[in-house]
Design a protein around this ligand. Structure first.
Ligand code: PBG
Length: 318
């Protein structure tokens, strides 16, 4: 490349039209998935502290929200459930009349074209709040696999288009793949033990009663280990690899993108969203600009699919 003054990179930055012509990364609504939270009852929209715009919704309200999302052009949603009761096993996760199962049937009937992805995990359903079977303070890996597979099957039987296991047990992709050979599987492959899930745990009521998730979620310090997680999940039959959280892990997204040719997803988690909302509420930054910049960065790092609480607002902005 010739040096200045032959080369002047500012030439292509002079107008909106020029900047747009040479833009390398664009946001398209088709790549975004909106997380939704189903809760028992009727006519309930319970907003969540810190997650402005996000609420627990009873099934009827969830259907209404899905209709609004659909009319804005949103193509896919990720479903979580807050059950009426929790128990030691987390049996609400695979119950035929469980909260996610009921939400799936209602959404499926009303909006056949909407892509319904479900989060497959036990933590919203267990009284202790861990993602698997707990014995003597230890999460039991192999015993949990069957329960996750049952949960995934019950989601698909209720109308899910794709399942996304987020528990981080070893072998869970294989366990689900064995019983669901045809179902798209988005694996939370590189899921870190992150402080940025804080607001989610408020809305999902899933904070562990004792201990934390570091015995199964990944150490934030590791990237090579993330590639091993991804390799194993692909070998076990995952279709899409997800990195989570997104913003503090852009290097991991990039590494996964470069190593594997499957679609890569990233989860722009609750804490990432809450930080911007809180700062914007105090006038420290402009929410729309900060959100668009964050989401662009996640795409630029290499994500094909982005799970984000901004999806609905993004639909209005684009
Ligand atoms: C369930 C699950 C969590 C999130 C997605 N699925 C919470 C956790 O692992 O503690 C977090 C999502 C977010 O923070 O937005 N295991």
């Amino acid at each position: 490349m010739s040096a200045f003054p032959v080369t002047r990179l500012r030439r292509l930055r002079r107008t909106d039209a020029l900047r747009s012509l040479v833009r390398e990364t664009r946001l398209e609504l088709d790549d975004f998935v909106m997380p939704l939270f189903a809760c028992p009852g009727e006519g309930i929209v319970r907003p969540v502290d810190g997650l402005d715009g996000i609420a627990q919704r009873s099934v009827d309200e969830l259907v209404r929200e899905a209709g609004e999302l659909g009319s804005l052009g949103v193509k896919a949603v990720l479903l979580f459930g807050i059950p009426e009761e929790k128990d030691d096993e987390g049996s609400g996760a695979w119950a035929d009349d469980g909260i996610v199962q009921r939400a799936l049937r209602a959404l499926r009937a009303e909006y056949p074209g909407l892509v319904l992805v479900t989060d497959v995990c036990l933590c919203e359903y267990t009284a202790h709040g861990h993602c698997g079977v707990l014995r003597d303070g230890e999460v039991q890996n192999d015993e949990t696999l069957d329960l996750l597979a049952r949960t995934a099957v019950s989601h698909v039987e209720s109308g899910a288009d794709a399942v996304a296991p987020s528990d981080m047990m070893d072998g869970r992709v294989a366990a689900i793949r064995e019983v669901l050979p045809e179902t798209p599987l988005i694996s939370y492959a590189a899921k870190y033990a992150s402080a940025f899930y804080g607001p989610f745990r408020e809305v999902a009521e899933s904070t562990p009663a004792e201990g934390d998730r570091r015995g199964y979620q990944m150490d934030p310090a590791n990237v090579r280990e993330a590639l091993r997680e991804c390799e194993l999940d692909l070998a076990e039959g995952a279709d899409v690899l997800m990195v989570k959280p997104a913003l503090p892990y852009l290097d991991v997204i990039r590494a996964v993108r470069e190593r594997f040719d499957c679609p890569v997803a990233a989860y722009n988690v609750s804490g990432e969203y809450a930080m911007v909302k809180a700062a914007a509420a105090r006038g420290y930054l402009d929410e729309q600009q900060a959100a668009l910049e964050s989401l662009t960065a996640i795409k630029r790092a290499g994500a094909d699919i982005v799970f984000s609480y901004w999806t609905k607002e993004l639909a209005r902005w684009l």
